[in-house]
Design a binder for this molecule. Sequence first.
Ligand SMILES: [Zn+2]
Length: 112
Amino acid sequence: MTYVGTDFYCDVALKGLVPLRKEYESEHVLAFHHTQPYWPVHIVVVPKKHIASFTALQTDEMPIFLEIVDVLKTIAAKVEREHGAARILTNLGRYQDSKHLHFHVSSGDPLR
Ligand SMILES: [Zn+2]
């Protein structure tokens, strides 16, 4: 499917409208392999609650953020172990296509 909106996570992924290869799921956090990967290894980690971006995080959302950090650490360590290198990235402002906080864990050279 071609998604043209601005919040793929709330509108599609978290509604279960596409099959996801999940790496982690809890009540508050979901991690899955990107449906249109930009790197050979490309996993996204998102809060299930709508949070617009990293800079939009509120103080009362810190418990969710800490769980995200914990999940990022576990997944990045696995990717680092298996591929020898990993990176963690979040985009802001005009760099951020989907206006829902998400962190990319990736490894390898860009696919396009
Ligand atoms: Zn959202």
